[in-house]
Design a protein around this ligand. Structure first.
Ligand code: HEM
Length: 126
């Protein structure tokens, strides 16, 4: 994180978050455990994720301004989120961060920060 006070600033603001999201979703769509959960038109999901991660990483409250309280666990309840899917999601994110050349220290910090929510969204064992 060096001199930055938020992940949002460290990754370069909304442009940086967009880059992460653009590298992440193709991996999600290709993943056998994750791809089938998502609509074939992934664009709206990518847009919401950009707003959400900007906010989650300490930037402006772009998601809440448009969609209200995130309630992310509740928003994931329609989908069967297993521990394996949580790990798969984090693995796609880790590979996305590597692909765009995120420095290791920042990459690991981001994965650590997302690991809590990912496991918190688990709502079934199978
Ligand atoms: C644990 C594994 C996860 C799985 C399997 C998963 C899967 C999904 C699915 C299927 C959707 C709905 C796509 C649609 O619109 O049809 C979704 C939406 C979303 N997910 Fe996840 N997700 C996971 C973890 C996370 C995490 C860790 C975050 C952020 C910390 C996150 C943020 C979002 C956001 C912002 C949306 C859009 C919500 C909205 O509709 O407003 N997800 N996710």
């Amino acid at each position: 994180m060096n001199n930055y006070s938020t992940i949002y600033e460290a990754v370069g603001g909304t442009k940086g978050v967009e880059r992460i999201v653009q590298s992440f979703y193709p991996k999600v769509q290709e993943h056998p455990l994750l791809g089938p959960l998502f609509p074939s038109d992934i664009t709206p999901v990518m847009e919401k994720q950009t707003l959400f991660l900007s906010q989650f990483f300490g930037g402006p409250s772009l998601y809440s301004d448009q969609y209200g309280h995130p309630m992310m666990r509740a928003r994931h309840m329609p989908f069967p989120i297993t521990p394996e899917r949580a790990e798969a999601w984090l693995d796609c994110m880790n590979r996305a961060l590597m692909e765009i050349g995120m420095p290791d220290e920042l990459r690991l910090f981001i994965i650590e920060r997302l690991s809590g929510p990912a496991h918190h969204f688990v709502n079934t064992d199978d």
